[in-house]
Design a protein around this ligand. Structure first.
Ligand SMILES: [Zn+2]
Length: 212
């Protein structure tokens, strides 16, 4: 059993949660508390009814997500949103989210881990956002111009707008659309394994592919 507060303090420091800029609504960090104890931490890419049900079935008391619960301004807690939240409250499940701080992390980041899986050695940063070099793993529309500028011949992204596939051959770039979901499973899996080892608690990854 570990204290939620200790796990959150570790994650906030390791991921530099308060320092990394993100979309205003991404709200990185602890998004929902529980009563304070964690015996099983589960990870998933997205916040969905499937993921919440599975977390409850497994007896998880904390969920670590890449795409957290909040992406818009205040939204009424009704319908599916009410259902998901009530399940979390009833089963005492906390939720922690890490979006861009996890993408760019040098050890647990989606980008660095994807490079390792492919046998590549990172030589520098790529893709600027709000003054930070974030690398790219999910989706992006801004990349082809930067790739051309840097003289790159291959770009690996999660997904992209249709027109980027049309432009790529004209620009002399090969783009690999490796899957938004698939490329973003790496970070949360690594992170939850680290939390489990460090705090001596159970962990699991909830597979809920989107097909994209
Ligand atoms: Zn994403």
């Amino acid at each position: 059993m570990a204290a939620l507060a200790d796990i959150v303090a570790f994650l906030d420091a390791e991921l530099r949660t308060s320092e990394i800029p993100d979309y205003p609504a991404a709200m990185n960090g602890l998004q929902l508390a529980n009563r304070g104890d964690v015996s099983h931490v589960a990870a998933a890419v997205d916040f969905s009814a499937t993921v919440v049900h599975e977390a409850v079935t497994r007896g998880a008391s904390m969920l670590i997500l890449h795409h957290g619960m909040f992406w818009a301004d205040a939204t009424p807690i009704v319908g599916p949103r009410y259902h998901r939240l009530s399940l979390l409250f009833e089963n005492d499940v906390a939720v922690y989210a890490s979006h861009l701080p996890l993408d760019l992390h040098p050890r647990f980041g989606n980008n660095v881990l994807l490079a390792q899986e492919l046998g590549l050695t990172p030589s520098g940063g790529f893709a600027s956002s709000q003054g930070m070099v974030i690398g790219v793993s999910g989706s992006s529309d801004i990349l082809t111009a930067e790739a051309v500028e840097l003289g790159l011949d291959t770009l690996i992204v999660g997904e992209g707008p249709h027109h980027t596939a049309v432009q790529a051959p004209d620009l002399g770039i090969t783009i690999l659309y490796a899957g938004h979901y698939a490329t973003e499973t790496l970070g949360v899996k690594a992170l939850v394994a680290e939390v489990a080892t460090r705090f001596g608690i159970a962990s699991s990854f909830i597979e809920a592919p989107t097909g994209l």
